[in-house]
Write a protein that binds this ligand. Structure first.
Ligand code: 13P
Length: 254
């Protein structure tokens, strides 16, 4: 049985006070689902990491960064390293989010270096892959995602516990138009097949693969009942503690 995972990507939202306020509301709403299955992860901006980590103490909620640099220290203005993230209490880090790929021109090569530095620094990367609308319309979705997977994981040994993949079709992010659960299942099964070819079937069947793109409490159940979908990476709906707690509950009740 694969672990279910629900991760919040707050993107560039919430300062320290807002993060603390959120957790004060969110933890009581979790109630009896305060346990490790599903694993609940919140990824705030770097500036709120320590505050968030302090606020979730005593709960099962884990924290993660939204990005990482591949060196551990040095003259890299503006960057944040694996030791800095773990120092702030992170166990996870998002790598290769489409907003970084498309707005900040992040390359597959750098994503590969970031996955390597995450693993070397004892952080579990949440590797994001997904096609644009144009790529989907041109019937290139599978090829694009295959390519992203191969390049991100090139030369990297993984184990069942040290990787999460998130399939986030770019056209579904922040648009309110989610992929259909059938299409998401189809692509996520395809990603699992890629993992099987890159590694082996046992490992592929043990790695959590999440769906991301306009997930909300109203549609989470339709995704989680699919055979290969192990949870979600949630953007805007994770900014509201009540909505996010309902999404977690929906996954718990499966
Ligand atoms: P939305 O849930 O706002 O569509 O964002 C998804 C996302 O990008 C999560 O990483």
């Amino acid at each position: 049985m694969r672990k279910k995972v629900i991760a919040a990507n707050w993107k560039m939202n919430k300062n320290r006070g807002e993060a603390e306020d959120y957790i004060n509301k969110f933890l009581p709403l979790l109630g009896n689902i305060n346990a490790t299955d599903p694993e609940v992860i919140i990824c705030p901006p770097f500036t709120s990491l320590q505050t968030l980590h302090d606020a979730v103490q005593g709960s099962y909620v884990k924290t993660g960064g939204q990005d990482i640099f591949w060196e551990t220290s040095g003259a890299f203005t503006g960057e944040i390293s694996a030791p800095m993230l773990t120092d702030c209490g992170c166990s996870y880090v998002i790598v290769g989010h489409s907003e970084r790929r498309h707005i900040l021109d992040e390359s597959d090569y750098n994503i590969n270096r970031k996955i390597k530095s995450s693993l070397a620094g004892a952080l579990i990367p949440i590797l994001c892959v997904g096609e644009t609308l144009q790529e989907r319309q041109n019937d290139l979705a599978r090829q694009v995602v295959k390519d992203q997977m191969e390049k991100a994981l090139l030369g990297i040994d993984i184990t069942a516990g040290n990787l999460i993949v998130a399939y986030e079709p770019v056209w579904a992010i922040g648009t309110g138009v989610n992929a259909s659960p059938d299409d998401a299942q189809d692509m996520i099964a395809f990603i699992r097949e890629q993992l099987s070819q890159l590694y082996n079937p046992e490992l592929a069947s043990a790695i959590p693969i999440l769906y991301g793109g306009s997930v909300k409490k109203a549609n989470m159940h339709d995704f989680i009942i699919k055979a290969d979908i192990d949870g979600a990476l949630v953007g805007s709906a994770s900014l509201d503690p009540r909505e996010f707690s309902e999404i977690v509950r929906s996954v718990k009740n499966g």
